[in-house]
Design a protein around this ligand. Structure first.
Ligand SMILES: [Zn+2]
Ligand SMILES: [Zn+2]
Length: 332
């Protein structure tokens, strides 16, 4: 189960912090995810302490952590500190789009549209060149920039055109990003206007949620021999897995259903009996308990062990059959 209430988010954060002490090599992704849960549980001061702890320990991506810290601090009233962090990140000109997007969206959230626009533009100028194809992360910069420019009523430029062309979804970007559209069309229906603004906020909210949780929703994959060993040792789990073939089909079906419902950042984590038993021992639970399987998957993903799904059509299928994905589980 994914945490939902503030108390559940805090419990999940505490579990991840405990896990981080057992896997020091995976501490950064674990604590970043714990901080995201603390933010969602409205324990922003505790999230802030975790970001500071990570920053004091020579992290792999300090600019992203500073950006998340700035967003968090500003959200609970520490505007001056947040602004100082944002200036520092801009001065450092990181080559990773993620910190840029977080700070530009933080400025946007606090109605600093000009400054947000400048951040998006700086990032795009720095990271998007004719030689590099756009990635999902650099496209997101152009999408954010497009949104802020619509809010500022700026005319379209070349990058806006690119954002429009790259946008996938049922509602065109210009419609999605224009809360003033209905005024411009002369509508005086406040309900319609509210719906438009709600739609814009929802789009921004989804994006922010994805950013504060840059961790995959991962499904557990048991290789054939591991699954056989698991079911021999713990027959109670047989109800979860009728056969290896149906297990593999169920993985693909679950991931497709999640993707269809709009969940992004999906992945697969590979299970093994010894690592599952070690996890059960650390949680002081019996491996025979079916409810432990989901927690095991979440923990592997939080430790950075997930493989991104879907593979490209020509890449080897995730099931390790050796066949291309398009001719194996990616077959329509
Ligand atoms: Zn447009
Ligand atoms: Zn396959």
């Amino acid at each position: 189960m994914r945490p939902d209430t503030p108390a559940e988010h805090i419990a999940e954060a505490e579990r991840l912090i405990r896990t981080a002490t057992r896997y020091p090599e995976d501490q950064e992704p674990l604590l970043l995810q714990a901080a995201a849960h603390l933010e969602l549980g409205d324990a922003r001061d505790r999230a802030s302490a975790l970001y500071d702890q990570l920053l004091s320990e020579a992290p792999g991506n300090p600019q992203l952590i500073k950006a998340l810290q700035a967003a968090n601090l500003w959200e609970y009233g520490h505007e001056a500190e947040a602004r100082a962090l944002i200036s520092g990140i801009r001065a450092a000109s990181p080559k990773d789009p993620a910190p840029w997007e977080v700070i530009a969206e933080t400025l946007e959230t606090h109605d600093e549209l000009e400054a947000s626009h400048d951040c998006f533009t700086e990032a795009a100028s720095l990271l998007i060149t004719d030689d590099d194809p756009l990635t999902p992360a650099t496209t997101a910069l152009l999408t954010g920039r497009h949104r802020v420019r619509r809010l500022l009523a700026r005319p379209h430029d070349d990058w806006d055109m690119v954002a429009d062309t790259r946008h996938i979804g049922p509602i065109p970007l210009d419609e999605l990003h224009d809360p003033k559209r209905i005024w411009a069309l002369g509508s005086d229906d406040p309900a319609e206007l509210r719906a438009e603004i709600a739609r814009l906020r929802a789009e921004l909210g989804d994006r922010r949620a994805a950013l504060s949780r840059p961790f995959p929703v991962a499904i557990l994959h048991w290789p054939q021999r591991e699954l056989a060993e698991l079911l021999t040792s713990y027959p109670t789990l047989a109800a979860e897995y009728t056969s290896h073939e149906t297990h593999l089909a169920a993985i693909e079906a679950s991931l497709r259903a999640l993707a269809a419902s709009g969940t992004t950042n999906l992945g697969i984590v590979t299970a093994s009996v010894p690592s599952y038993e070690a996890f059960a021992a650390s949680e002081k639970t019996s491996p025979a308990s079916p409810s432990l399987l989901a927690e095991y998957a979440t923990t592997l993903a939080a430790r950075g062990k997930a493989t991104t799904w879907p593979p490209t059509p020509t890449a080897t299928c995730w099931c390790t059959s050796g066949k291309p994905y398009a001719e194996c589980h990616g077959d329509k």
